[in-house]
Design a protein. Sequence first.
Length: 357
Amino acid sequence: MASMKIVDRYIGRNVIGATLTVLVVLLAIFTFFAFIDELEDIGRGTYTLTLAAAYVGLSLPGLVYQLFPIAALIGALIGLGSLVERNEIAVVRCAGVSKLRVIAAVMKAGAIFVIAAVLIGELVFPPAEQHARVLRGDALEKTVARLGGEGFWARDGNSYINIREVLPGHRFRDVQIFEFDDDQHLVAATVAASAEYVDGQWLLHDIGQTRFVDGGPRAVDLDEARWDSTLDPALIGMTALKPDTLATTDLLRYVEFAHRNGQNAQTWEYALWGKLAYPLATAVMVYLAIPLVLRASRGVTMGRRILVGAVIGLGFHIVNQAAAHLGVVFGVPAAWSALLPTAVLFVCGTVLNHRTP
């Protein structure tokens, strides 16, 4: 038993070490191009080189999360492949270790990747990405002010707007508008239970408004009213609640709310199932790498393994994205569209592992 634990740790260290190396290299490449892409916006508004660097830095958790499957695949190919090249897997097999035990040892490393992907995707990626978009939007658009625990804050001329919840379909809930004059004196405070953006016009519902005039404050209640504002709802959605940047709990909450209110939650459902399927894809990539290495000849170079991993990883990403879009077009259930590519890859890995001696 102790010897098996040593084997497990040794195989796991090789796979994890190779995967981390691949991840760092991929991060360096993608970060470089992301920063180059930001250079063209430097000088617009208050967007500076420092802010561009901060934006790219805050985007790193999302990049790590997105690169995990392909990094895990290439890392497993390299790590396990190096053991095959040094005949260490052959020695382990001759010592009586079964193929299933080798697979289990590799998949233990895969389980660590899955846990890391879940933690990053749920706890680090969403707040970092939202803060990054707010930082960039504030500098470039001069509209977004901040995003925090008190909801979404924005400025529109002399008005300050607070939106507590942003929902699908340009719908919003718990809206507060504070209007000031040029001397920064409060002129009016408006509270709306909900708001929506329809045909280029903002509509407020269930309104309570207090206006501050010389004779004292005056309160009025309205069922519905138009609100003249240049605030772009698309900017709010992009900055605050882009579906694929949200945590699973937030996606669940908004999907449930949309269903309760008869709204189309399709986009959010696809984002939700995609979020659930992505860590599984990381594990399946590691699983697929095992037969690709064990079935290959010892003369296969590291460059070829990297190429194979890159092609499979890129192909999976393209198929995954296409499945999501086709699911929307043809009305395929979100769970099917999100899980089918991963399931197909798992079946392929199982067949190959079964045929591997």
